[in-house]
Design a protein around this ligand. Structure first.
Ligand SMILES: NC(=O)c1ccc[n+]([C@@H]2O[C@H](COP(=O)([O-])OP(=O)(O)OC[C@H]3O[C@@H](n4cnc5c(N)ncnc54)[C@H](O)[C@@H]3O)[C@@H](O)[C@H]2O)c1
Length: 322
């Protein structure tokens, strides 16, 4: 397959490029605007691979998208503004990129005639749940500008399946961790802060719960949906590792040999969702299950940041949310 992958210079997209080049014969073109979250360096190791190409461009620019998408069989659409804290400070760009950008991607995909279009969504579109887990048919109740713009993009993609028969597949994954995550997100922010001797800011009572999914497990899930999923269907992808931010913080302190004096308790995020939880039976029926033990995945992630300061140190100047 010839795959156009948007957002490939970001965290999950770059891991997905690595996954595809290692586990398939596909050719991969990355389309990425290289915003603050995009890092061309992450993809530099693939530049000599004849199956890899990079296009620097904005998914909101129809002409750029048309040129980039022509000649491809499938699209995997990761590109988005992805950080909740930033969406509270600067929401306009979230609506532009996530909603308008996805609309341009879908519209051009019809003209180009792509055979499969995977839209990457998130478990955050369901909102918070006190007990139980959301299934793919539950009503969306996003509660931040980020998740609302993602819900908009998710529904736009599904609408193109209904109205134009675009072969859309939607994945809604839970919180991911792993190598190459921009150091503003919780785990890499905490690890890199501890490595430079800064305190880590823990929101509120620290009891907000997220389901932590190792990024390579997510890549296998997205790949399976791309190849085996049913058009017009939504697939939740989660690991069932429901942990509070407090527990994550304690694990990171322990791995890095730090103590409670490194924690700064800060005022809670506005509208901070308490708990995310998704049911994953549907993607399991396709043949997917998570493989990475949380402790092993977390230790590999911490080791990545310990061993690759050259990769993340230049990025810390771009972190502005906390
Ligand atoms: N990180 C998570 O835990 C998580 C969980 C579930 C779903 N998701 C979704 O997965 C996708 C990727 O997330 P991530 O964490 O890798 O994000 P990221 O912020 O690390 O990367 C986003 C990438 O998109 C690019 N981009 C942004 N705006 C663009 C534009 N207008 N045109 C072209 N490229 C643009 C950036 O340059 C960057 O390379 C997003 O759609 C996100 O909503 C993420």
């Amino acid at each position: 397959m010839r795959i156009l992958l948007t957002g490939g210079a970001g965290f999950i997209g770059s891991n997905f490029v690595r996954h595809l080049l290692a586990h398939s014969d596909d050719t991969v073109t990355v389309l990425d605007a290289l915003t603050y979250a995009g890092n061309r360096e992450t993809l530099a190791e693939f530049d000599s691979d004849p199956r890899f190409a990079f296009v620097h461009g904005d998914i909101c620019d129809r002409a750029v998208v048309r040129d980039a998408m022509a000649g491809h069989d499938a699209v995997v659409h990761f590109a988005a503004e992805s950080h909740v804290d930033r969406s509270l400070l600067d929401p306009d760009v979230f609506v532009r990129t996530n909603c308008l950008g996805t609309n341009v991607m879908c519209d051009v995909a019809i003209d180009v005639g792509v055979e499969r279009f995977v839209h990457i969504s998130t478990d955050e579109v369901y909102g918070s749940i006190e007990e139980g887990s959301f299934t793919e048919t539950d009503v969306l109740a996003p509660r931040s500008p980020y998740s609302a713009a993602k819900a908009g993009s998710d529904l736009i993609a599904l609408a193109y399946h209904e109205t134009h028969d675009l072969p859309v597949l939607v994945t809604r994954s839970s919180n991911q961790y792993g190598p190459y995550q921009f150091p503003e997100k919780l785990i890499p922010y905490f690890v890199t802060s501890l490595l430079v001797g800064r305190k880590v800011p823990l929101y509120g009572d620290g009891l907000n719960v997220r389901d932590w999914l190792f990024v390579r497990d997510n890549c296998r899930g997205v790949d399976l949906v791309l190849r085996e999923g049913w058009f017009g269907e939504i697939y939740n992808i989660g690991a069932g590792n429901e942990l509070t931010n407090r527990v994550i913080t304690d694990r990171l302190l322990a791995i890095l040999g730090k103590d409670e004096s490194c924690v700064d308790y800060v005022e809670d995020r506005l509208g901070h969702d308490r708990r995310y939880s998704i049911a994953t039976e549907k993607v399991a029926k396709l043949g997917w299950s998570p493989e990475t033990d949380f402790e092993a995945g977390l230790e590999e992630t911490v080791a990545f940041y310990v061993d690759n300061r050259d990769w993340w140190e230049p990025l810390t100047a771009r972190v502005k949310n906390r």
